[in-house]
Design a protein around this ligand. Structure first.
Ligand code: LAG
Ligand code: CA
Length: 508
């Protein structure tokens, strides 16, 4: 005990006085990591940004599972450095691999995985393999009681020492691969994944999560790590846990945060296709027209569908780019409609909280505990939790996506005003009017003759009156669409419509 105290004292003094000022498939590649292991008839991932484990578990049971969501992406789970004002991004500054943060502890984490798996919802963890905590002067204090000294790159609770990190350097040129991978992202001490100790610690940490029943990982900051090192690490991962009912020989689902050199990571899982955010934001704001579906991947320089996890926004985009998010609800909901209604990659959406400034903490009480979002029946949540995953149109479009899954995009229509629509096989049809002009066009809608219900326009009544459990009743609260014997229908979306898109499908 005395020895430990002395050690801490020594570290503390070095820490305070010393600084580093001087230098300052589809194609068969990596297919094993590309399967998200969704339960049958479940689809899509929700990033439950900064949601504590207990509340995610409850939401899996009450909403995500029954509605058919495929999985949840959990915010980083490991002990982090406690920062002043508790900004959300302290979770991106780990100081050990103990599971204990404001999101909950290990027991709560295990409990969440069990309950979500049972409800048919997979858990993917946002893992930080690139760096350790940096913010703060001197000794850092963690959420599980550990300490660290970033100026010496000393993290005794792992343990990592100076030898486990790259020498400090600054990224001056974001096109220089070597700098990007070996220097410090945001001045965060940069782990050297070529070192055996680092590889072992990361493999151990990931395998531990696999043994607890997770289905995979979102890898933070992948472009800042060498794919060769990542390959070494992933090759040591265990199969998913058969004790948690994964089939024998299932590999974890892995998707990368790779803004740069994305094709270098597609043999190591999928990559998050970020180009989609800008394209669809501009389409729904009527700034560019989506002219055809066949060349979607080529025209916009996207990775192939089987290599993609795709989103419209996420916690970084919300704070950094002028793309669509909850602050712009009409085009945002259209964008989410497209994300779920089109057929590209694995769709991922965020469930976030309202914020005024970049750093803002998730909703928390005076003791700095995160407040329960406790969703209400009408789909809204407590305080400033946004609960985008509870939007009525998202719920309906998720059902659409499940019904048309595997059906190709067909009969794509578009015009010079930016209005467009398409079929999914002969099962469903969806159309958008981002413009302010009225749209009234006869189109091929592919579905058999009959009267169909627009699932989007019914939202007002449904939001107010309907229970948010299981399937909705048969009655149609939205507009009706009449399809003639040639499978044509008049698609009408006024320029000032409150939703600006419509969708309908054949009831299974
Ligand atoms: C990511 N993907 O690669 C995350 O999606 C992104 O949210 C993370 O940055 C980043 N990588 C590192 O994990 C976030 C914030 C940063 C924050 C960082 C560390 O966007 O702003 O940096 O997490 O907490 C903060 C300060 C910086 C400061 C740094 C170190 O904003 O100014 O240099 O801490 O003290
Ligand atoms: Ca790095």
């Amino acid at each position: 005990m005395l020895l430990l105290k002395n050690q801490i004292l020594i570290i503390a003094s070095i820490c305070i006085y010393k600084s580093f000022g001087q230098s300052s498939s589809g194609d068969g590649r990596g297919d094993q990591y590309k399967n998200p292991h969704f339960h049958p008839n479940h689809i899509g991932i929700v990033q439950m940004f900064q949601w504590p484990f207990d509340y995610i578990a409850r939401e899996c049971e009450e909403y995500l599972g029954p509605q058919g969501f495929g999985g949840v992406q959990v915010s980083p789970i490991f002990e982090n450095s406690i920062l002043d004002g508790r900004p959300w991004y302290e979770l991106y500054q780990p100081i050990s691999y103990k599971i204990k943060t404001r999101l909950g502890d290990e027991a709560q984490f295990r409990n969440m995985i069990k309950r979500c798996n049972k409800a048919g919802v997979r858990i993917y963890v946002d893992v930080i393999l690139n760096h350790m905590a940096r913010s703060g002067k001197g000794i850092l204090h963690g959420t599980a009681g550990s300490i660290a000294c970033p100026e010496l790159s000393f993290y005794p609770a792992v343990p990592y020492t100076l030898l486990d990190f790259h020498l400090p350097c600054k990224i001056n040129d974001w096109n220089d691969k070597k700098q990007m991978r070996k220097c410090r992202l945001f001045n965060l001490p940069d782990l050297n994944q070529a070192k055996p100790n680092v590889r072992n610690k990361l493999v151990q940490m990931l395998n531990n999560l696999i043994s607890m029943g997770v289905a995979g990982f979102r890898v933070d900051a992948s472009s800042f790590m060498d794919p060769i090192d990542l390959q070494h690490i992933f090759s040591k991962l265990n199969d998913l846990s058969t004790q948690h009912n994964f089939p024998e020989s299932s590999k974890p689902f892995i998707y990368h945060e790779a803004h740069h050199w994305k094709s270098e990571y597609t043999h190591l899982g999928r990559v998050i296709e970020f180009n989609f955010e800008e394209i669809i934001s501009r389409v729904m704001r009527n700034q560019i027209n989506l002219n055809n579906a066949d060349n979607f991947v080529r025209n916009y320089n996207l990775v192939e569908s089987y290599n993609a996890v795709v989103d419209l926004d996420n916690h970084d985009a919300q704070r950094t780019f002028n793309y669509l998010n909850y602050k712009d609800p009409v085009p945002y909901k259209m964008g989410l409609g497209f994300l779920l209604g089109f057929s590209y990659g694995i769709p991922k959406l965020i469930s976030s909280f309202d914020f005024k400034s970049f750093d803002e903490s998730p909703p928390s009480d005076i003791k700095q505990n995160i407040i329960d979002p406790r969703p209400r029946k009408d789909g809204t949540c407590q305080v400033n939790w946004n609960c985008e995953h509870r939007y009525y149109s998202v719920r309906e479009m998720l059902r659409f996506a499940r019904i048309v899954e595997g059906e190709p995009v067909r009969n794509f229509f578009s015009n010079d005003y930016g209005q467009f629509g398409f079929c999914r096989g002969d099962k469903g049809f969806i159309a958008f009017n981002p413009s302010s002009r009225d749209m009234e066009i006869e189109m091929d809608v592919c579905v058999p003759p009959g009267t169909y219900c627009d699932i989007i326009s019914g939202s007002y009544e449904a939001e107010i009156y309907k229970e948010f459990k299981g399937d909705t009743s048969d009655e149609c609260s939205g507009n009706k669409i009449i399809v003639d014997e040639n499978r044509k229908a008049v698609i009408k979306i006024p320029g000032n419509d409150s939703k600006k898109f419509i969708a309908f499908y054949q009831k299974p």
